[in-house]
Design a protein around this ligand. Structure first.
Ligand code: SAM
Length: 249
């Protein structure tokens, strides 16, 4: 049976590659990679000689036809991205939907994702969380998105690049207030891995003081807004009731 495997690869430390991922990548007929030159290093390291084609945001739709053809010919294909789990702030969703619609099985081969990796070391509530991916690049749009999330009670998780880490934290300070607890998880699984949590004003000060702390890849996690306590809700209910009672004849 020909299937599309969606294969997670490491987010930095090559030792995080799973045994199953290596086996699948070695045995499929074709690997669809986000950036074939980038993935060539991974392939060389694990002695994977399977042919690769590129699938990125700009050619995903054209590639679908080719991949469905390969599947129809009975050949299995694997999808990988530059790092971590495909489809998570990476291409793949359109391909997976099309392959399923064409009647083929899609088999996930799980592994790393930066968001889960960061969450399990951040020390923030992990029972309910919201993954927001990348914030908009422009400040106005970014603040609008953050304003819309200001009362969210679940832990918020964002991806951020070195270019915008300070600007994003500054906007978080504006929209969530200086006291909101924020955790910056930098360079996870790599040499300079740092997980630093503090009220956002303090975190910003700490990061501004050391340019090295602004470098690399980031997951930014934000503690959810405090839950509205039952007392507040009850007080409001009593107030509404009082108003209604006055209106009664
Ligand atoms: N598909 C990937 C995943 O499953 O996590 C995410 C790809 S997205 C294009 C790249 C972003 O993920 C980076 O800008 C950063 O926010 C985050 N990221 C990836 N690797 C990371 C790492 N080692 N440490 C911290 N953040 C990382």
């Amino acid at each position: 049976e020909a299937v599309l495997y969606v294969v997670a690869t490491p987010i930095g430390n090559l030792a995080d590659m799973t045994a199953r991922a290596i086996e699948v990548l070695q045995t499929v007929s074709l690997i669809a990679a986000e950036d074939t030159r980038h993935s060539a290093r991974l392939m060389a390291h694990f002695n994977i000689k399977t042919p690769m084609i590129s699938v990125h945001d700009h050619n995903e739709r054209q590639r679908i036809e080719q991949i469905v053809e390969r599947l129809s010919a009975g050949e299995s294909v694997a999808l990988i991205s530059d790092a971590g789990t495909p489809l998570i702030s990476d291409p793949g969703f359109v391909l997976v939907r099309a392959v399923r619609e064409a009647g083929f099985r899609v088999v996930p081969v799980p592994g790393c994702s930066a968001l889960v990796t960061a969450l399990c070391a951040a020390g923030l509530p992990s029972d309910r969380f919201v993954f927001e991916g990348f914030l908009p690049a422009k400040s106005l749009a970014r603040r609008q998105r953050l304003d819309a999330l200001a009362h969210e009670e679940r832990t918020l998780i964002f991806y951020e690049s070195t270019h915008r880490i300070l600007a994003s934290l500054e906007d978080m300070q504006t929209c969530f207030g200086p006291e909101r607890m924020v955790v910056a998880a930098r360079e996870l699984t790599k040499t300079f891995e740092t997980v630093k949590g503090a009220p956002v004003a303090e975190l910003l000060e700490w990061m501004r003081a050391d340019a090295n702390q602004q470098k690399g890849e980031f997951v930014v996690l934000v503690q959810g807004a405090p839950a509205r306590s039952d007392d507040v809700v009850n007080l409001e209910a009593v107030r509404v009731l009082d108003v209604l009672l006055e209106e009664l004849p």
